[in-house]
Design a protein around this ligand. Structure first.
Ligand code: UN1
Length: 518
């Protein structure tokens, strides 16, 4: 889709009706792309509804955004962190005031149901309040020096301009996870949002600017990964990249950043599992499996795409899971009764369909679902039935590869030990859950499960922002988002030694003579 952009771009709001054309957001205002071309964002539940037109940006647009961020950096760095935090707190209140508008836009733009869309915005509000507090911490260390009359401490300093590449599945929450710690720590930002959710991202960026960020501190450029993403990564003035996305893209970005010696944090795929032991509260586990597998139509990095069930309650669990899954209401997320929305786009629907075929060909049995929905209210959208495979073997592709849709694989096991082994038996390590009433097993699971997030008697989704978020193995590269831990990525440590002895003191050497003199 290609149109020309208007000379005075609209302020980003959630107005229904005739779709507007929006700009990039650079140096405190919307601006056109030099390409003059745009792409459309569509409603995945009603694919004839255009949400808006957004710039198909070029490397020069990215350069303009990095110019602005680079220029804004010294003054932003020099602004006391508690003052930066005040702006972020104000943004929290503005996000609260516009929560419903943002949530409804999100439902229209990417399909998650209204309650969950409100939760997504709430996650950004929580993050803003938490990071506002961080502005009065940004904690360093003071430690004793080994020499007399010498002071030793470490402080944190911002990196400079950081590039953020964000996905469509949490279109407000994830930009907040990345941008708010970056900003409170004194960095300036260029954000490249997913092309499925540019309006949510633009509204978020405008709200932050309205809260009082100086022009150029937070910028946004829309367009393709190959043009916008690559130009951002390659710009020598961009000191760090944070990306949430597919493993395939993440690996490429991490490789390029490695060559350029840039700091990079990746939050990539998952193949999360809920383990249900024979001593579990089965009703609780069922509720958890339903929510974990089909919340956000399975399009969460944390989705429970495997359910590992002890053989003693396997049959009972499967019977009940079928009934509960078949009762889920699928449809347009703006209707408050709907529990499962569409998947985000045609490509994603094709991926889900492909994996259903793979599962069948591998010999797994379909317990319920298995088809795209093409009739009634769902006729014009990318809907797929919530689908449960049973009798799945741990090494099947549907039990190993991330599907990112409303499909889960139930795997029978014979023991607690086998459940742990199967849960750990993938290349990913984001979120794992154990349902058991036995406290010893619960603690054993906390110790043995190989994932960045462990839940006991709760599903794999629903992390809170005050704890670190991220995964082991192929899920990430060792960094964490959210929690106080996220500050580590967005700051450099500076170690400072202050010698007030008035003479040259030699560390590691004079220490010997000090000891000898005792
Ligand atoms: C993601 O899917 O990338 O824990 C993020 C959860 C949400 C965040 C998911 N709070 O499920």
């Amino acid at each position: 889709m290609s149109t020309s952009t208007p000379s005075k771009p609209e302020q980003a709001t959630a107005k229904a009706g005739k779709p507007q054309t929006y700009g990039n957001y650079i140096n405190g205002r919307q601006v056109k792309s030099e390409s003059g071309e745009t792409f459309a964002s569509y409603n995945p539940a009603k694919n004839d509804e255009v949400i808006g037109y957004f710039p198909l940006s070029t490397a020069n647009d990215v350069k303009a955004a990095v110019d602005a961020a680079h220029k804004a950096f010294p003054a932003w760095k020099a602004t006391p962190a508690p003052h930066r935090a005040e702006i972020i707190l104000k943004a929290a209140h503005l996000l609260e005031a516009r929560k419903e508008e943002l949530a409804q836009t999100m439902v229209r733009e990417m399909g998650k149901v209204l309650k969950e869309a409100r939760g997504d915005v709430q996650e950004a509000i929580d993050m803003a309040k938490f990071m506002a507090g961080e502005g009065r911490r940004l904690i360093g260390q003071t430690v004793p020096s080994e020499l007399p009359n010498k002071f030793a401490m470490s402080i944190r300093q911002p990196l400079g301009v950081v590039g953020l590449i964000t996905p469509w599945n949490f279109p407000v929450a994830i930009p907040s996870w990345k941008s708010l710690p970056a900003l409170v720590a004194g960095n300036t930002v260029v954000l490249k949002p997913a092309s499925d959710t540019p309006l949510c991202a633009l509204m978020y960026v405008e709200i932050l600017n309205e809260a009082g960020l100086p022009p150029g501190v937070l910028n946004l450029v829309t367009g393709s990964g190959s043009k916008v993403g690559n130009a951002l990564i390659d710009d020598p003035r961009v000191h760090a990249i944070s990306i949430t996305g597919s493993s395939e893209v993440g690996r490429k970005v991490a490789g390029r950043c490695g060559e350029l010696m840039k700091k990079i944090t990746c939050e990539l795929g998952g193949k999360n599992a809920i383990c249900v032991m024979e001593d579990a509260d089965i009703e609780l586990a069922l509720e958890g499996a339903l929510w974990g597998a089909f919340g956000t139509a399975g399009q969460r990095c944390t989705a429970a795409s495997r359910v590992i069930v002890h053989k003693d309650l396997y049959k009972d669990f499967c019977d009940k899971f079928k009934k509960r899954t078949e009762a889920l209401k699928v449809g347009y997320g703006l209707n408050p009764e709907i529990e499962v929305g569409p998947v985000v786009n045609k490509e994603q629907l094709e991926t889900v369909k492909k994996y259903v075929e793979i599962g069948k060909a591998e010999g797994a049995k379909i317990l319920c679902g298995g088809n795209a929905i093409t009739t009634g209210d769902c006729a014009n959208g990318y809907f797929h039935e919530p689908t449960v495979f049973i009798d799945v073997k741990a090494n099947m592709r549907i039990a190993q590869e991330e599907i990112f849709g409303p499909v889960t694989a139930v795997i029978p096991v014979g023991s607690f030990e086998e459940a742990i082994e199967v849960a750990n038996g993938t290349e990913f390590g984001l979120s794992l859950s154990m349902y058991t009433q036995n406290i010893n097993r619960a603690f054993k699971a906390i110790e043995e499960l190989e994932s960045g997030i462990v839940y006991i008697n709760a599903p794999t989704i629903g992390a809170e922002i005050q704890l670190p978020f991220g995964g082991l193995k192929q899920t990430g590269n060792g960094h964490r988002e959210a929690g106080s831990a996220c500050i580590d990525f967005y700051t450099e440590w500076k170690s400072v030694y202050i010698d007030y002895s008035g003479r040259l003191q030699k560390a590691q050497i004079d220490t010997d003579s000090l000891l000898a003199a005792e």
